[in-house]
Design a protein around this ligand. Sequence first.
Ligand code: NI
Ligand code: MN
Length: 231
Amino acid sequence: MAITYRYIGHATHIFEIAGKTVLIDPFFTNNPLAKVKADEVNPHTILITHGHFDHIEDTVEIAKRTKAKVVANNEIINWLRAQGLSEEQTHAQNIGGGYQHIFGNVKLTLAHHSSSLPDGSYGGNPAGILIRAEEKNIYIAGDTALFSDMQLYKVNGVDLFIVPIGDNFTMGPEDALSAVKLLEPKLVIPCHYNTWPAIKQNADVWANRVEREVKHSKVVVLAPGGKLVLP
Ligand code: NI
Ligand code: MN
C-alpha cells in the first residue's frame, strides 16, 4: 500500500502507513504555519524526535484524547508518564535501536542538537527517525547539525529524506545540501523553516540548487497542509 505524507508545517509531519496514521512531533497550538488544529488529528502512533516545545507541544493532549501510542527516548517517555500517560501507551527506544511497530520499523538515529522538555527538565539525547515500511526507507533528520555519519543511514537507500533547512537552530541551506549529497535520497522534503523570522529561507531556490547539484534527488517543497503519495 502506498505511503502518504502530509506536511503540517515546521517539523510536524503526518504519514499514513499501512492504514495507520503516524504523527511526528506534534506542534499545532503555537505553530504559526499549521492550518490544522491539534484536535483535528487522530494518530495511531506519535513519534517524538526531542523535547523542545516546537516538537512536543500538543503530544500529551492528543495522546490522551486518541489513546495513540507515543514513541520517544526514555527521558521523554518518563516525562510523558509523569504527565499522565500510561505505561501501555508509551514506548521507549534509544539511539541506534529499532523496533517493529504495527505500521513498520522505527529506529532512532543520531542528531546533533539539544533536548530539554517544556518545563526545563532533561529530555535526553535528541534523535532523528528512520522508518522502514512498505519497502520504503524514510529518514527524518530531526533538528540536527550536519554530520558525516549520516551517510551510514543510506545503507539500504533513502526513499524520502525530510531535512531541516532553516539555519540558526538546525542545518541551514548549505549544510542541508551537503546532507543530501551524502545520502542521495530519491525524494527530499525541506522543513523547519519560515516558522519565525530567524529561520526564514527560500525553499524553492534551495530546491533548484539541490536538483542541479545532486543528480538523482528530487525535491518537493510543500506548503503547510500539502500532501504527497510516495512514488
Ligand atoms: Ni529543537
Ligand atoms: Mn525545532
